[in-house]
Design a binder for this molecule. Structure first.
Ligand SMILES: NC(=O)NCCC(=O)O
Ligand SMILES: [Zn+2]
Ligand SMILES: [Zn+2]
Length: 479
């Protein structure tokens, strides 16, 4: 099957130009004007529209078993909804239970993900430590295309990695040429503050942000930056939600450390007042960690994105329906943490970023796909419009509008944190590995069509870090 996307303007992370894009065999086969193509080619007219790399969401949790329940979007429904919103690749998380072999958890997630409609790959979480973890990290990195490992500094008594695990795992990442990533919140502080809230009788969702103030995130971000410095490794901090952690990243980068930050569409646009709603379903529907913050923090996050201290945008897509959230009606600590967004990220970033002049179109592409592809070593297969790249493309209509609603979205969840918001700029077509999977409002997602993306270790900046360690390696004094 071949497709020609005609009459549009190509927008990549570094330039904007008039060209047609021809896709064949799942790849971009030619870019230019007046292309000579087979007569049987299907033509997409992109007049007045932009042709951009499909979005890559570096942070999703499809069908994640978490806090006594399972996230309601599975790998098929979640990736299909992503295609409707222009996202063609996800990086999800394999999260072993403490004590569980990494390889066993990895096989389990690979099995669940077989039904994906879009391409997928995995970060693997390090939730405990022993020699088998060290060994399995090696197997995953060398044989299974895993080049990033995740560390939760929060969720005490569940999946939290203590400092010993963090340091040993970072050391192993350096050996393997893999990227350590972290959820930065001080899990002990969160736990203690949660108990205090309950003791004070503050049991509703309003206690969620009170038990996770910005300093909790700032402390963990500062700590992990120092751990990364000691290990001489780059580090990637997920869902940066506040000034406190952004400042830790900014400071580290100013001193030459390779620290990368991810920000969520939700943290950029939703503020903490949602937790004080009298409507439990509404307030609980916004419970995710870290929580939504004040407008002052939101503005700082936009500045971080504009100024280049935040590099990727994600959703942390982890949906729970109202009935699931109700498990925490009498105790906020039991509300499953997570919100949806995979279908809406690109439109929110375009509307609040590009339409408001905070991002150029090229920066939009950088922060929605290209930077993630580079950081996790999938570039230029993913995140680029170039000959030989995967034909993962979004055709973007900057004039069309959509009013976001749980009534009409494709995500398998009965709540939308962006409910009622009208965005200007939506995908008219999404192409996944050369197939049209979203066409002017019609979703043609195919169960199982997504492929696993194998990611090599030693991305250029990890290779540079290894070289720097070698150059600066400590030497004993001969006596
Ligand atoms: N973010 C969240 O609340 N749920 C998913 C797990 C995580 O990323 O922390
Ligand atoms: Zn997290
Ligand atoms: Zn997450």
């Amino acid at each position: 099957m071949s497709i020609l996307i005609k009459n549009g303007t190509v927008v990549t992370a570094d330039h904007t130009f008039r060209a047609d894009v021809y896709c064949e065999g799942g790849k971009i086969a030619a870019i230019g004007e007046n292309l000579n193509i087979p007569a049987s080619t299907e033509v997409v007219d992109a007049s007045g529209q932009y042709i951009m790399p499909g979005g890559i969401d570096p942070h999703t949790h499809m069908q994640f078993p978490f806090m006594g329940t399972v996230a309601s979007d599975d790998f098929y429904t979640g990736t299909a909804a992503g295609l409707a919103g222009g996202t063609t690749t996800i990086i999800d998380f394999v999260i072993p239970k403490p004590g569980q072999r990494l390889m066993e958890a990895y096989e389990q997630w690979r099995d669940w993900a077989e039904k994906s409609a879009a391409d997928y790959t995995f970060h693997v979480a390090i939730t405990w430590w022993d020699d088998s973890v060290r060994e399995d990290m090696g197997t995953l990195a060398r044989e299974h295309g895993v080049n990033s490992f995740k560390h939760f500094m929060a969720y005490k008594n569940a999946i939290m990695a203590d400092d010993e695990t963090l340091v040993k795992s970072f050391r192993r990442c350096v050996e393997l040429g893999a990227m350590p990533t972290v959820h930065a919140e001080n899990g002990e502080l969160v736990y203690q503050l949660q108990q205090e809230m309950l003791e004070k009788g503050i049991t509703g969702p309003e206690a969620h942000p009170l038990s996770r103030p910005p300093l909790v995130e700032g402390e963990a971000a500062n700590r992990v930056v120092q751990v990364a410095k000691a290990m001489n490794t780059p580090v990637y901090i997920v869902h940066v939600s506040c000034k406190d952690s952004l400042e830790a990243i900014t400071r580290a980068r100013a001193s030459g450390q390779r620290v990368y930050g991810e920000v969520l569409a939700g943290h950029l646009t939703i503020d903490e007042s949602v937790y004080r709603s009298k409507d439990f379903d509404f307030a609980a529907g916004h419970v995710m960690s870290p929580p939504f913050r004040s407008k002052e923090h939101q503005e700082a996050l936009w500045q971080g994105l504009q100024g280049g201290n935040l590099h990727t945008t994600a959703t942390d897509h982890c949906c729970f329906c109202k009935e699931q959230k109700a498990a925490g009606r009498d105790d906020f600590t039991q509300i499953p943490n997570g919100t949806a967004g995979i279908e809406d990220r690109l439109a929110i970033l375009w509307d609040d970023g590009v339409n408001k002049g905070r991002l150029t179109m090229n920066e939009f592409v950088a922060v929605t796909s290209t930077n993630t592809a580079k950081l996790f070593n999938m570039y230029p297969q993913k995140g680029s419009i170039s000959v030989g790249a995967d034909a993962d493309i979004v055709v973007w209509d900057p004039e069309a509008t959509r009013t976001i609603s749980a009534e009409t979205h494709h995500m398998n969840v009965d709540f939308n944190i962006f409910e009622g918001r009208t965005v200007k700029g939506v995908p008219s077509h999404t192409v996944s590995r050369g197939k049209i999977v979203w066409c002017n409002g019609e979703l043609r997602a195919e169960r199982g069509a997504g492929r696993y993306v194998h990611r090599e270790t030693f991305a250029p900046f990890l290779e540079a870090a290894a070289r720097q360690s070698e150059v600066n390696k400590p030497e004993a004094v001969e006596r």
